[in-house]
Design a protein around this ligand. Sequence first.
Ligand SMILES: Cc1ncc(COP(=O)(O)O)c(C=O)c1O
Length: 278
Amino acid sequence: MEMDSILDVANQYGLYVIEDAAQGSFATYKNKPLGAFGNMSAFSFHATKNIVSGEGGALVINDPKLVERAEIIWEKGTNRSQFFRGEVDKYTWVDVGSSFLPSELMAAFLWSQLELGEQITQQRLKFWSRYHWAFTRLEFEQVARRPLIPDHCQHNAHIYHLLLDSLETRTAILKHLKDNGVQATFHYVPLHSSPAGLKYCRTSGDLSVTEDISDRILRLPMSANMTMAEVDRIIALVLESLGSHYSVEKMFYQPYQKSTNSRKFHSGITTETRASKV
Ligand SMILES: Cc1ncc(COP(=O)(O)O)c(C=O)c1O
């Protein structure tokens, strides 16, 4: 979904935009940082994100009208910050709020991550690009689809994934990686089909495209602390489990020759499902 389209609809109908930028640190859309578009935006610094503090996050307020109340909610529903600035003569409970603050230690840890944010992102991008380059031929031969990054977006290498032809292929690759000590994952059970989703949510339609894609997505290890040798080993294991036609040597060093490999990628969106979504 294009951010411009979301903002257009919001402007047209006078709606607030709250940006979920949980995984968006150091990424841009049309040269503007993610988190800078919504009236408010939320970042996550959970351990699984690029910039981490174990648990925690940041609320970015881009709309000046919302700053005062956000500060009160953040201060456990009190006007304590106004008191410390000398704006009120005593502080008291004035609104809803809770204890959302990280500890000083956690904030210090996060601060050093933020200072290193560009380096962390560049390091991840190096590994991401290596995966992407190594799997070019899989896409060319329609064995897998690689991530597609629009020209006007600069991503932050949060994840690298391949979209495979079937659940069976993904299961086989995950097993091969696991047998060799590499932990790769699927990328989420769709929430609507999870036990709690079934209990608490409702969907419009059967969401079969979501289910199909979720079965076929393979998420490969990604961290600023990896080495290029580890990335290359993971690439080799993925290729190995796809069959003897694929090897690192062939991917990296030999000119392209069309294979007779019959495993074919499909997008999961047929003319019929497309039509039924319109
Ligand atoms: C898109 C998205 N939104 C929100 C969250 C929640 O982040 P947190 O657990 O730090 O609140 C996540 C975490 O995985 C996420 O990926």
